[in-house]
Design a protein around this ligand. Sequence first.
Ligand code: CU
Length: 455
Amino acid sequence: MATNKYNRRSFLKGSASVAALMSLPVPGFSQTTLSTRVEWQVFKTTPQYASFLNAVKLMKAETDSTKPTSWTYWANVHLNYCPHMQPYFFAWHRGYLYYFEQQLRIVSGDSALTLPYWDYYTYPNMPSEFTDAASGNPLYVSGRVNTNVYAALTLAPFSSSIVNMQRGTSNSYEASFESAPHNPVHNIIGGWMADMSSPIDPIFYLHHANVDRLWDAWCLEPPTIVPAPNSSYWSGSFTYATNLTIARSRCYRPESLNYQYAKPNNVPTRLPQSAQVGRIIRVQAQLAPILTRPPIGNFPNMAARSVSNNRRSLGGVANVRLNEASVSARLTLQEASTTTFKYPHLVLDKLAVTALGRNGGYYYNIYLNLPASGDADVARASHFIGTFGAFEASGAIHHNGSTLMLPLADVLQNLGVTNLSEAVISLVRVNGPNSPKGDVLSVGEMRVERSTDGP
Ligand SMILES: [Cu+2]
């Protein structure tokens, strides 16, 4: 058709063609026509299902990872550039999916192809098309530990108290959502998904399309607060590869990238019904109320010290090894000047993942000062700091010198703590239907820090 101006062959030549993706008119669509991304169960009944399978197959067959027509090229984009635990987690991934979706159209030659999403809040079991190990199924990868992600789900980001999209604000949707369900879905599935190279597993793209969809749904539900399109938050650009960037402002709304999600599109208000059925009951039992705080382990103390000019450790413990048991650690702290060192963090430093732990199938919810006895579950949400598993560790090891920094400002405010003299940190283990037994992760030093710049 007339609008279909791209020259497919030029994209098969190699990495030099990446730049052309940026100026590519969306094939088959005028500026005002939006394409619609649909849930997998609908998607698989459309003609685009065959195009999708074909594109994945062709991209996996291209072994030159410097070419954007190869599957590995896009996994490397994620490995090298993705922001995790920092601003623009949602927006960067939106641009990433946009370019990947265009690549699928180019490779398949189907200009009507859109990325499907997997709504695990309705269907907690991975679609069977991805788990069929028949040879030649391009959607299958070996090494996944679980295909049911019920244990990863939470309604926490959709609670009425989470009103700010932007990270670094109090009650940030981006920070809450990334922490869970985003990270646990990676961890519980495991295999490639528990690693920064997670886009090797095709389910990655359906997971992130769902993340993008839920971001969109949340933004449209008052009274949510999103930086306005003319805010400086949206100035600048994101990088995906040399010569492949996108203006941040284009990631503000799906419409500015010429797509939308099937309507109605709402955030979930309940966990899946199918949680009542069969083997999932076992998973649900593992999410039972924490009736008691996990026992306090015996760890060497680490004294308060200066970490750098702008970071101060208030104290911590050393050599925390994590296995199938939940554990707590008591940190004796020496408060710093809170006028200079404004921003409190929990820092998990010198992280290592064991060979067993690398596969995933589990994660830990981290809490501050859970009640020592009584029903900790009642107050659990206000004590929540974040999640930790093979996926978070992989990101920290790749991008951040094996250090994970979790902001504490919100939880301290929720608990009314102003002076830090002691902190009890609990790591509560959550398992998928399959999970490893034995040492999985180690934290060389777990400490509370304050920094001059934050959050
Ligand atoms: Cu992800």
